[in-house]
Design a protein around this ligand. Structure first.
Ligand SMILES: [Zn+2]
Length: 401
């Protein structure tokens, strides 16, 4: 939190405008001065960025950077409420800035009409206290994560799709980063964005306003930030669940020293040709419900297990499987005490991860080590599409191999 001595005083107009902040003792004039001294970089002035930008401007954040290369289009207006018919064809940063300055004329707005890239990410992000990730694509999301982790900046993450939303604060100094949960992007066919799958227009309003809330808390030093927790919002059910998320000690990003984190552009690729069989989440649930004694292996990492697993699943992470496979002679049984004992060779095994990328890789590795491909079945879409019952992993820790 910023030293109050380094924060500017409020002018008379600010004291009038922010009166409803100032009368709250938890926030007060100190919180307001910290906001005025603070800065936020908004990546994306779209569905999430619009509400976040308006509320951060209104709340009295002193300096806001807007990163967006696009111009306003009519199809944006279903959810991007900082823009309007009067600014169609205008850059989104300019369109949003007009509304923001109307709310707070003292605000300093910096326009970055560019794509965030490997070349500019560190320079841009280093100049702000807090980053709000309002992107709608995986390569940028990973880039924001890696750059924030390298620079030690808090990354207020929001995601929306169809009727669902997610929110967290990734700050690798104090908790997990995005790659702790999702080490690698899903293949293209499993990564629909809002343009393909749709989004209820008000959904990003909800999540973007929550992102602004977290940014205000971080800058003013009030409350408990969403570090180590993920909010999962189901708009159809109108339910908000919070799950704990843990740092992955083997995270490909935040387990490294900052100097060794190298920014890269994640390529969205189609998954490799399928080896073995596949089963849908519905079909798997039906087979388990019918009492079939099926071996199910969860190859995600412990941080993901903590959020729940398919009941009865045996837990063996992809890195552990890969390490154990190195001890196996092709086609022969694993050595005594190998963790691979939980994966029988002569019966069907269903393998899943979060989105289907790692499970497919595990199946390829097992087949390459001589496990019959006909016995290896991939859960299509992974745990992300599982709608059946979920068990706590602690209950399953003693499941015998
Ligand atoms: Zn991490």
């Amino acid at each position: 939190m910023r030293d109050l001595n380094a924060c500017p005083e409020l002018n008379d107009a600010e004291i009038r405008r922010f009166g409803r902040h100032l009368i709250m003792p938890e926030f007060g004039i100190e919180g307001q001065r910290r906001l005025k001294a603070g800065s936020v970089l908004l990546i994306g002035a779209g569905g999430l960025g619009c509400p976040a930008a308006l509320y951060l401007a209104a709340a009295g954040v002193g300096r806001i950077g807007l990163v967006d290369p696009d111009k306003v289009e009519e199809t944006n207006l279903q959810r991007q409420v900082a823009h309007g018919y009067s600014t169609i064809g205008v850059s989104k940063t300019e369109s949003a800035a007009r509304r923001m300055l109307d709310l707070n004329p003292d605000l300093v707005i910096e326009h970055h009409n560019v794509f965030l890239s490997v070349e500019n990410a560190l320079e841009l992000i280093s100049r702000y206290d807090v980053v709000i990730d309002g992107t709608d694509n995986f390569p940028t999301r990973y880039l924001v994560n890696d750059a924030c982790t390298k620079l030690g900046k808090p990354n207020v993450f929001g995601g929306v799709l169809r009727f669902d939303g997610q929110l967290s604060v990734f700050d690798a100094r104090f908790g997990p980063c995005y790659r702790c949960l999702f080490p690698e992007p899903p293949p293209v066919e499993l990564a629909p964005n809002c343009a393909e799958a749709g989004v209820l227009g008000v959904l990003p309003g909800t999540i973007g306003a929550l992102q602004a809330t977290e940014a205000v808390k971080l800058l003013s030093g009030i409350g408990r930030p969403m570090i180590g927790r993920m909010l999962v919002y189901d708009g159809l059910d109108m339910s908000f669940d919070t799950i704990s998320i843990a740092k992955n000690p083997a995270c490909p990003c935040c387990s490294k020293p900052a100097s060794e984190i190298v920014l890269k552009t994640e390529q969205m690729v189609c998954s490799a040709p399928q080896v073995g069989n596949s089963v849908t989440a519905e079909a798997l649930q039906a087979r388990l419900d019918a009492g079939e004694d099926l071996v199910v292996i969860d190859v995600r990492n412990p941080a993901e297990w903590a959020g729940g697993v398919i009941p009865g699943a045996r837990l063996l992470s992809k890195p552990d499987i890969e390490a154990a496979l190195r001890e196996v002679t092709h086609g022969s049984a694993p050595p005594e005490g190998s963790p691979l004992a939980v994966i029988p060779r002569a019966e069907e095994v269903v393998i899943y991860c979060q989105g289907g990328v790692r499970s497919a890789a595990v199946i390829r590795a097992l087949a390459a080590a001589g496990y019959p491909a006909r016995n290896l079945t991939d859960l299509t879409g992974g745990f992300a599409v599982w709608r059946g019952p979920v068990a706590s992993p602690s209950v399953l820790a003693e499941v015998p191999g």
